[in-house]
Design a protein around this ligand. Structure first.
Ligand SMILES: [Zn+2]
Ligand SMILES: [Zn+2]
Length: 383
């Protein structure tokens, strides 16, 4: 199904976390993982516009014209424009020179909302009348309760020295790098301080540089999605179930949209104000394969809330909740651990007992995007 942008009505009704669809236009709601703080809706693969709102600037005083052979240190500013009181974490800034990537050494990581951090990028020696492209990639993360979503952005500027006697320096802001999925060239005339024709020309005011999402870089570097398969799981992915009893799983075609995750464990799907106060989206029980009866000792080894499925960083992830242990492809998952689940991997809820219960996932995809995830359990039960 084609994703449509939210309408103004959607934002009016999204505040009630229980509401899954806009009562006015019927649009399904996808909420940011930090919805309790930012109150924002998100798209299937987009960053939350409230939580992740970086902006890049070139600082006043930046030398945009220099003598032949000189290196230039360009002072830059990264600002967190979040209006939702949400910090961002800058995991990496990379300077791109041709195809060479050079990490920029940073002494800071976090940028609080409505504040900024400064860093500098050194250019190679400036050739006379030459043009030096300054291209950068930023890996920026948002965190909430043990979850981290990271996104890559491309930004940059090209400093062109147009001549020793010219007061105006043309700055080409170039985003058209080969690594970027989209790009464009923006020409901005910047005001420069008149220091005479022989002195270096410096910017009088700070200037905003364009930044745009670098989705292809995210996928290639494994920041988001499954790089080896070139696949992304959108937050709107549909689920189907195999080997479960009908009462244990939601209907096929269900998405995580409303809650942003599926809770999984021994508790049933039905709310019960008594012993079963917290129902699960997916009920996990072990059965005797011969009789079809519940295998009580094995089932009691499954916690009431054992783990969650969640879509994080365009990957289907398992968020372990049990303190009794569980395993993914033979490796233990401690409570609180979040790991991406790949098709073919085997999730074992009861450590050492894949024979009692194993879970695997399969993806159905088209054009780099996963449309449907089938969650299968073995041994399978007739519904
Ligand atoms: Zn609406
Ligand atoms: Zn948010």
């Amino acid at each position: 199904m084609e994703w449509q942008p939210y309408r103004p009505c959607c934002h009016r009704f999204a505040g009630d976390a229980e509401v899954a669809f806009c009562p006015e236009c019927g649009h399904p709601f996808l909420r940011c993982m930090a919805f309790a703080e930012c109150g924002s809706l998100v798209g299937p693969t987009q960053a939350c516009p409230v939580c992740v709102a970086p902006s890049l600037m070139i600082d006043a005083g930046a030398v945009v014209q220099s003598k032949t052979g000189e290196r230039v240190s360009v002072p830059l500013i990264l600002r967190n424009n979040s209006t939702g009181n949400r910090p961002i974490w800058v995991r990496q800034i990379v300077k791109l020179t041709g195809t060479v990537e050079e990490p920029v050494a940073l002494t800071w990581e976090q940028i609080d909302p409505q504040t900024e951090r400064h860093f500098t990028i050194d250019t190679p020696p400036m050739a006379e009348g030459g043009t030096h492209a300054l291209r950068m990639l930023f890996v920026i993360a948002s965190r909430y309760r043990g979850l981290e979503e990271a996104y890559a952005y491309a930004g940059g500027t090209t400093i062109t020295v147009s001549g020793p006697d010219t007061q105006q320096v043309i700055q080409n802001i170039n985003l058209a790098g080969a690594q970027f999925q989209t790009g464009g060239m923006v020409h901005t005339a910047l005001n420069t301080k008149d220091r005479g024709s022989s002195a270096p020309t410096a910017l009088a005011d700070r200037a905003v540089l364009p930044m745009e999402r670098a989705e292809r870089y995210e996928l290639e570097r494994g920041i988001r999605g499954y790089p080896d398969k070139g696949l992304r799981v959108p937050r709107t992915v549909e689920f189907a179930f195999s080997g479960f009893r009908a009462a244990e799983v939601p209907p096929d075609g269900t998405t995580m949209a409303a809650g942003g995750r599926f809770t999984v464990g021994r508790n049933s799907r039905s709310p019960d104000p008594g012993a079963n106060a917290a129902p699960n989206d997916i009920c996990l029980r072990a059965y005797d394969a011969r009789t079809g009866q519940v295998d009580e000792p094995a089932t009691l080894a499954i916690s009431r809330h054992h783990f969650d499925f969640a879509v994080v960083n365009d990957r289907l992830c398992v968020h372990a909740r049990t303190t009794h242990g569980m395993e993914l492809s033979g490796a233990p998952l401690a409570s609180g651990t979040l790991v991406a689940l790949k098709p073919g991997e085997r999730l074992v809820p009861i450590p050492g007992r894949p024979d009692k219960l194993s879970i695997q996932v399969a993806f159905t995809s088209s054009i780099g995007s996963v449309d449907r995830i089938t969650i299968s359990r073995t041994p399978g039960m007739a519904s």
